[in-house]
Write a protein that binds this ligand. Structure first.
Ligand SMILES: [Mn+2]
Length: 384
């Protein structure tokens, strides 16, 4: 049994006051889904198995382009970060893994393994994937040769790929711009796909939702990568303009749903080699990072649950009949369904909190660590 940072009694009390209402809501939703031919328990089972990784850097306060405004009780090192990640995992039961950022998280690997195992984050260092994002590019027209820059990139990546263990996967991430503002070597999914094809069978494309031009149809990119066996996984966040760090589902939850609609379609149709890795990748400046990450993990889970409710047989029929109105309504029917009772029931059954943010606030965790962790200047900021 792994160690629990938030008192088990507090979580039990939190849940006991909310459980009767949840059970009624779950039964009511179950009845309505049953009329649509959907077994609510089967959806709940999938939620219980679902996991999205927390990035170690996400639990600290991020930097803006102008300054960094540290929050109280910020983690001082990777070991504090692992404790914060353990709180998120305990209350949501949706974030069983932590993704480390090298070189920000330099630490003795054995000590890291022990810390992760202590909080049931045992898979942390059992990773089988390496994500490479290189912010190479230029700020002025004429500054670099596009072709030479890409050839240098490919040469470097071939060396990394050659050193990859046989059972590992290599993910490459495209990003439209930043830190370079005129051209970026891996700027779009087309370049990313070329890289994955050039490197070989262990190379896949990672899609960061915030790394596209405004109005780009990201769900279609996801479909393309699935169709040609090159979707590696996701960095979830949301974006309004040129940012890539807002909380998942906070701006355009329908787009998040449409991405999961493609993922569920691939899952149910048994797309070859389909096992995407999910991670949050966002930065928090005006919220408690732990609260934002808990909420974001739940939003990703919610999109997955809603996408599982799509009547795919009906959708296929409407597509074949070119009935655009009913096809799109089929998606909307799933999206409009409030799946919160399913998510809360999954959390309750797996030891989490029915309302993770409320339980976190009841526990007073932030005030407690603020007293234990003196403020640090600087630290690992940065935006990727
Ligand atoms: Mn990213």
């Amino acid at each position: 049994m792994s160690e629990q940072i938030i008192s088990a009694d507090l979580v039990a009390n939190h849940n006991s006051t909310r459980q009767p209402a949840l059970e009624r809501d779950y039964a009511s939703l179950g009845e309505r889904l049953d009329r649509r031919g959907i077994a609510i328990d089967a959806i709940r089972d999938k939620m219980e198995k679902f996991g999205v990784a927390i990035p170690s850097w996400g639990v600290g306060t991020g930097g803006t382009r102008f300054a960094r405004f540290p929050g109280a009780g910020e983690p001082r090192d990777i070991f504090d970060k692992i404790e914060d990640c353990a709180v998120i995992s305990q209350l949501t039961q949706a974030t069983p893994t932590v993704s480390l950022h090298i070189p920000w998280d330099k630490a003795d690997p054995n000590r890291l393994k022990q810390a992760a195992a202590r909080f049931g984050l045992g898979r942390t260092l059992g990773s089988k994937a390496l994500t490479v994002w290189i912010g190479d590019g230029s700020n002025f027209p004429g500054q670099v040769s596009f072709a030479k820059a890409f050839e240098r990139y490919l040469d470097a990546m071939r060396q990394i790929y050659a050193g990859l263990p046989d059972d590992w996967r290599l993910f490459t991430e495209h990003k439209m711009y930043e830190p370079a503002f005129y051209s970026t070597v891996v700027q779009d999914w087309g370049t990313n796909y070329i890289i994955a094809k050039e490197l070989g069978d262990k190379a896949f494309c990672l899609v960061d939702l915030g790394h596209h031009a405004p109005n780009v149809n990201i769900e279609m990119i996801v479909s393309r990568l699935i169709q040609f066996g090159k979707l590696g996984g996701f960095h979830f966040n949301d974006s309004k303009y040129g940012d890539d760090d807002l909380d998942a589902g906070s701006i355009d939850p329908y787009r998040l749903f449409l991405v999961f609609n493609e993922l569920v379609d691939a899952e149910l149709s048994g797309a070859k080699g389909f096992h995407p890795a999910h991670m949050l990748d966002q930065s928090h400046n005006v919220t408690d990072p732990i609260e934002s990450l808990m909420q974001s993990a739940v939003e990703v889970q919610r999109a997955y649950a809603q996408a599982l409710l799509v009547d795919r047989k009906a959708l296929d029929g409407f597509q074949e009949a070119n009935d655009a109105l009913m096809a799109t309504q089929t998606l909307k029917t799933a999206y409009r369904t409030d799946v919160e009772p399913i998510l809360a029931m999954a959390r309750l059954r797996t030891g989490g909190a029915i309302d993770p943010v409320a339980a976190y606030r009841e526990a007073g965790y932030r005030a407690k660590v603020a007293a234990e962790r003196p403020g640090v200047a600087g630290g690992g900021g940065g935006i990727v």
